[in-house]
Design a protein around this ligand. Structure first.
Ligand code: FEO
Length: 179
């Protein structure tokens, strides 16, 4: 059975992950308004993946006899200056999420909650991939600069991202690449 302290921290993290999904969905909408549908597709996939992350905490709490209590979700930003600015914001956000995961791991160690540590190990690995994805896009968009043909080419490349599993139904996620 999960203890209250860990349960409350995981409920808070469900909110962080759903906010991430909300933020990336807002970014997807913005990309579509500036006619970059490939980038929009990539962000829709990212938003779906974040719901999956939220559901991992949701399922973990329930599987251990805990109580899910969903927190309030803040309104995300809905306008950006450029594609580069969007991915820079995404990177800052992912660094924040890494910090949240690290703090949860500190708590799980302190509480001697081995099941929670197991779950969080997956997230520690996942966050390396998440930050790397955003860092790579920031670097690429800096290289592209104001070159419109290169931006359109990158937009096409972004359509190749495959959507993940159904976050509401699938309880066993694919391991992060390299895990
Ligand atoms: Fe759920 Fe992008 O971290």
């Amino acid at each position: 059975m999960i203890k209250n302290k860990m349960q409350d921290a995981f409920n808070k993290q469900i909110g962080e992950e759903i906010y991430s999904s909300y933020l990336y969905l807002s970014m997807a909408a913005y990309f579509e308004t500036i006619n970059l549908k490939g980038f929009s597709h990539w962000m829709r996939c990212q938003a779906q993946e974040e719901m999956f992350h939220a559901m991992r905490f949701f399922n973990h709490i329930l599987e251990r006899g805990g109580e899910v209590s969903l927190p309030r979700i803040e309104e995300p930003k809905h306008k950006w200056e450029s594609p580069l600015n969007i991915f820079q914001d995404g990177l800052v956000h992912e660094e924040h999420i890494t910090d949240c995961i690290n703090k949860l791991m500190d708590l799980a160690v302190e509480e001697k909650d081995y099941a929670a540590q197991n779950l969080l190990k997956w997230f520690v690995t996942e966050q390396v991939e998440e930050e790397d994805n955003f860092m790579e896009m920031v670097a690429k968009l800096k290289m592209i600069g104001g070159n419109q043909p290169s931006l359109l080419l990158q937009d096409k490349e972004m359509t190749t991202r495959m959507p993940g599993l159904n976050p509401w139904l699938d309880t066993i996620p694919a391991a992060p690449v390299g895990a």
